[in-house]
Design a protein around this ligand. Structure first.
Ligand code: C5P
Length: 210
């Protein structure tokens, strides 16, 4: 390997960043941070306790990240509402930067990892897919978990969240200029992983494993 491997992965919801991040972290034996979980935890806790999100973000605890309802679409919407607040983002910044600066290297996925959290990461991906493909995946995932919903509703909620994430003034969702664009509309998880590995190899990094 050449240097410390930090992999920054950004993109809209349900594009496949989480799956890719987990697979790359396992492959390169790196710690992984799903930064969206931080915003979900802040949104859910602030809503439940009626506290200012900025205050919740400043005092976020590990236990908050283990709350059972963080993966729901309601939590996703709450997250994207608190994520527009600059003070919330500021209060979560140091933790994320510290995670990224570990000696081992790291994988982080979210919306502003390559642009704000780790602008110097040697490997950046912007993972995207058509709105239709992403809505289909999210719909199948929700149905698989036994959630009763309809596809148009999934598509509308996803579009609302993506619009809020892209149009906010503070650290909007966008590709870093040096990010590798990975459009997964017609790719399965294996193909996306293979394309990512090929890019990482071109950057001079190889897995030390078998
Ligand atoms: O990735 P996930 O869907 O869990 O993220 C939930 C929300 O958290 C996003 O819609 C976005 O508003 C916010 N977020 C963010 N910056 C990040 C990660 C997530 O604003 N780095």
């Amino acid at each position: 390997m050449s240097g410390r491997l930090v992999i920054a992965i950004d993109g809209p919801s349900a594009a496949g960043k989480g799956t890719l991040a987990r697979r790359l972290a396992a492959h390169f034996c790196l710690p992984h941070l799903d930064t969206g979980l931080l915003y979900r935890a802040v949104g859910v806790k602030a809503d439940r306790l009626g506290l200012p999100p900025e205050e919740v973000a400043a005092g976020l605890q590990l236990a908050d990240l283990l709350a059972p309802d963080l993966r729901t679409d309601v939590a996703g919407q709450l997250a994207s509402k608190v994520a527009v607040l600059p003070q919330v983002r500021d209060n979560l910044l140091n933790f994320q930067k510290k995670f990224a600066s570990q000696k081992s290297g790291a994988v982080l996925d979210g919306r502003d990892v390559g642009t704000v959290i780790c602008p110097d990461a040697p490997v950046k991906f912007f993972v995207t897919a058509s709105a239709e493909a992403r809505a289909d995946r999210r719909y199948q995932e929700l149905r698989g978990r036994g959630v009763d919903t309809i596809r148009p509703r999934v598509l509308a909620e996803m579009a609302e969240r993506d619009r809020r994430d892209s149009e906010r003034a503070a650290a909007p969702l966008m590709a870093a200029p040096d990010a590798f664009l990975l459009d997964t509309s017609d790719m399965d998880a294996d193909a996306a992983f293979a394309a990512a590995l090929a890019f990482i190899a071109r950057k001079g990094f190889r897995s030390s494993g078998p």
